[in-house]
Design a protein around this ligand. Structure first.
Ligand code: PHE
Length: 455
């Protein structure tokens, strides 16, 4: 049965390969790359963490990414309906549906905290020009972390996300990813090139590039690096699956998947060239970044403490730099948040026949409401939601997707999928390694890391 032909007509489809790569890379590249990865690298042995991350990204996360993209492209459906349609047995269909629903809930949970953090980025990017224009109290409010400010900025960011998703696959997601991603890369390159010229930057570069291996061996750290790699590639929650489902049957999925992974990892590495040197530049200018024990001060809030302190030492150029930096973060967050919202939206459209407009409003408002609950119970909920959704749920769902791809999806159907645009697929390196990989290696290693850290 060719599911593709019957449903693609009514569904969206990416117009071009570049459009898909930019959208999928846009989903992947987000706060995780530009903030999470460099700060974790800074507190976990710099280059040692970088190496661990690179290995995990290519050895575990890339195969899992392929599993999602291929299942999506094959079924041309959202995660719930896709996983439900792969097996023939009823009990497995139920398992597929439940996994899909768990993915959908996780994607929504991630968006609910992500929108709060992204709102802060919007607030900081507006606060610098406002401050420079003399509107000090507005500028201070925007950086104040008061619940009312968190709520308003979160709603503003959710509004932007909904506006893009309302446009649909081609006119919303693809169009905006095409506009925003080049801007993001150019800003990142320009900012890191500038920061690298400042005093103190070289020490940061050294920490980043010379490994301190004593710090990598702990199981917790492995889980952190794994969680980071999964989070960074947007895995386990159906975002890549749904983007894969909008991919034309003409595309060679292993190739475009590799390109997406490369852009994602490349941008995380590039962001390290900005954040680590910037920290040491700040230190050279008298900003405290380490505590007495040598640990990083306020790792979680580094971006909102150390960097603003650094920008403050720079007078006018600091205003420009700060605005550019926080805009960069906002853009990165937006191209990711649209992919998260698309998960429940696609489900509502495909399962209940809702119009895109209605589905976007329903899903967006529900998530914004939950996000508001987090804003008002910040101390107890914020960290908890992050831990549950990214540290546990994402890797565990990643295992489930690999099991569906490796064990439940029939090998001949999979080969047929790969042959759609590559008649020699059966001889390819990908075909020789990947099926074994997602069947045995990925579930076992991801499972071992998760269990070990839970003990
Ligand atoms: N990959 C995004 C980032 O690095 C986060 C994300 C997670 C996006 C899950 C979609 C789904 O910030």
């Amino acid at each position: 049965m060719n599911l593709g032909q019957s449903v693609t007509a009514a569904r969206g489809e990416f117009r071009s390969r570049l459009g898909f790569i930019l959208a999928a890379a846009g989903s992947a590249v987000g706060l995780g790359n530009i903030w999470g990865f460099p700060t974790q690298a800074a507190s976990n042995g710099g280059a040692a963490f970088l190496l661990t991350y690179l290995v995990l990204a290519f050895v575990l996360a890339y195969p899992a990414l392929m599993a999602e993209l291929l299942i999506g492209r094959h079924t041309h459906r959202n995660m719930v309906l896709a996983l439900e349609s792969l097996p023939a047995m009823t009990s497995l269909k139920v398992a597929g549906r439940l996994t899909g629903v768990a993915g959908l809930i996780t994607a929504s949970l991630i968006l609910s905290f992500y929108a709060i953090v992204a709102g802060w980025m919007l607030g900081f990017s507006a606060s610098y020009p406002l401050g420079a224009a003399g509107l000090t109290s507005a500028s201070e409010w925007l950086t104040s972390f008061a619940p009312s400010r968190n709520l308003l900025l979160m709603l503003g960011f959710m509004g932007l996300t909904m506006a893009v998703v309302l446009g649909g696959v081609e006119n919303g997601i693809e169009r905006w990813s095409r506009r925003l991603m080049p801007l993001l890369i150019a800003t990142l390159v320009a900012l890191s090139a500038y920061v690298l010229t400042l005093d103190g930057a070289l020490v940061g570069l050294q920490t980043y590039l010379l490994p301190d291996f004593r710090k990598v061996v702990s199981g917790d750290l492995l889980l952190d690096a794994l969680g980071s790699a999964f989070f960074s590639l947007s895995l386990g929650v159906g975002t890549m699956l749904i983007y894969g489902s909008y991919l034309s049957d003409q595309e060679n999925v292993p190739r475009v998947g590799a390109q997406v992974a490369l852009v994602d990892v490349g941008i995380a590495v590039l962001a390290g060239f900005l954040i680590l040197p910037a920290m040491y530049v700040a230190e050279a200018r008298g900003v405290a970044i380490f505590n007495e024990a040598g640990g990083l001060l306020s790792e979680d809030t580094l971006i909102f403490t150390v960097l603003p302190a650094l920008f403050e030492t720079m007078s006018t150029s600091g205003v420009w730099l700060a605005t550019a930096f926080f805009l960069l973060m906002s853009i990165a967050a937006l191209t990711s948040s649209i992919s998260m919202l698309e998960v429940p939206v696609a489900y509502l459209i495909e399962k209940f026949g809702l119009s895109r407009r209605r589905a976007t409003v329903v899903a967006g408002l529900c998530i914004a409401m939950f996000s508001a609950v987090i804003v008002f119970n910040f101390g107890s909920l914020f960290g908890l939601v992050i831990t549950i959704s990214t540290r546990y749920s994402q890797p565990i769902l990643g295992i489930a997707v690999c099991i569906f791809a490796g064990w439940i999806w029939r090998r001949d159907a999979l080969l047929q999928e790969l042959r759609k645009n590559d008649t020699d697929a059966a001889d390819s390196l990908f075909w020789r390694i990947w099926p074994f990989y997602v069947k045995w290696f990925c579930p076992a290693i991801i499972g071992a890391i998760v269990i070990q850290s839970a003990l």
